[in-house]
Design a binder for this molecule. Structure first.
Ligand SMILES: *Cc1c(COP(=O)(O)O)cnc(C)c1O
Length: 363
């Protein structure tokens, strides 16, 4: 028996009828891009996140890229973000010609170190991109106060954290702009690529709607250099079905995480630390371990999938190496040596979680 990281086929089987009916409806409607389902999903997602506007785009990376464009971030600007994240967070900064300024992380939550974040601010800093890593909301109010003091834009990269609560609010509503990815393996995923931007700023929303669609503000008029970054109707129809389930699914993730954390051998593994500031929605369940190579061999022998998020911090990646020659981010570098992510999804059964723990505890 094998255990995948995310059991998407099990989820598909459970909701097959709804998914297929919704897909067929879009196909027969003839409106395949930015159709009725997209408008409806944008409204429901905005309501869910507690913002005025939600704008569907083609991916999470595009959500970040277009957000920075809409806010006027560009050449010679600096954007502060964590060194321990998916490359898409930094790519968006580079796409607009700005410099990603990396900051090390907190060793317990793996989120950006807020003190070091403040120290990294220069006269060129224009924005901060926070990542709610692995689904645990960072203390955003604390960062917001710093941003307000220095007049910086605050963007949330919520790719890991759809539906996570922070002090009675949803992530994506805490900063100026919230960016989501609907890559299939995310907590809320579609059947291809997709993304979303949340904001309560009318100007940003109007600009984003133009940027995602070739810069069109009025029919036939291209008032700025835009992009083709639209959400498909089929994806939106799937997302509408999944949005109704997301709270229940996130709770299932939390239940599975609790099971892992109570069963794993704490002598061998450092289980995730919940700081209690927000609600962790466990996009990833990542433990620290000293003998990772051996643990991985034991998992592979049993057909149990695993993930290493991430093998390298961003300053170590060839694409950013030159920019960061001689710099070190020791907390992130150490975590890259130790991190191991275990199978995690709402469909993971208690029996499967038990098998994973048994393998880890007894290898
Ligand atoms: C997945 C992810 C993205 C990018 O999303 P895509 O939809 O793949 O472009 C951005 N940031 C983080 C932290 C992610 O995990």
């Amino acid at each position: 028996m094998s255990i995948p990281m995310v059991n998407l086929t099990r989820q598909y089987q459970k909701y097959k009828t709804e998914f297929e009916q919704a897909t067929m409806e879009v196909w027969s409607s003839g409106g395949y891009i930015l159709g009725q389902a997209v408008t409806e999903f944008e409204q429901k997602a905005a309501e869910y996140c507690g913002v005025k506007h939600a704008i569907g785009v083609a991916s999470g990376t595009d959500a970040l890229h277009l957000s920075l464009r809409a806010a006027g971030i560009g050449a010679d600007d600096e954007v502060i973000t964590t060194v321990y994240t998916f490359i898409g967070t930094a790519e968006a900064v580079s796409y607009v010609g700005a410099k990603p300024v990396f900051v090390d992380i907190d060793p317990q939550t793996f989120n950006i170190d807020i003190e070091q974040l403040e120290q990294a601010i220069t006269t060129k800093t224009k924005a901060v991109i926070l990542v709610h890593l692995f689904g645990q909301p960072i203390d955003t109010d604390r960062v917001k106060a710093i941003c307000d003091k220095h007049n910086l834009l605050l963007v949330e990269d919520c790719a890991h954290a759809f539906g996570a609560d922070y002090q009675g609010k949803k992530v994506g509503s805490l900063g100026d702009l919230g960016c989501f990815s609907f890559y299939p393996g995310k907590n809320l995923g579609c059947f291809g690529d997709g993304g979303l931007i949340t904001t309560s700023n009318d100007e940003y929303a109007e600009s984003l709607r133009a940027l995602r669609n070739h810069g069109i503000r009025k029919p036939g008029i291209h008032s700025e250099l835009g992009y083709n970054s639209r959400l498909d109707s089929v994806q939106a129809a799937i997302l509408l079905i999944k949005l109704a389930e997301i709270d229940q699914w996130n709770q299932r993730r939390r239940d599975n995480a609790a099971l892992y954390s109570s069963t794993l051998d704490k002598e061998r593994y450092t289980v995730p630390h919940e700081d209690g500031i927000g609600t962790h929605v466990y996009h990833q369940y990542g433990v620290r371990c000293q003998d990772r190579d051996k643990v991985i061999k034991a998992l592979e022998a049993k057909g149990i999938a695993y993930g290493v998020h991430y093998w390298y911090a961003l300053h170590q990646q060839p694409v950013y190496q030159n920019m960061y020659k001689g710099r070190s981010f020791p907390v992130a570098e150490k975590l890259c040596q130790e991190i191991l992510c275990l199978p995690m999804c709402p469909e993971l059964t208690a029996d499967e979680a038990g098998q994973v723990c048994e393998t880890l505890n007894n290898y």
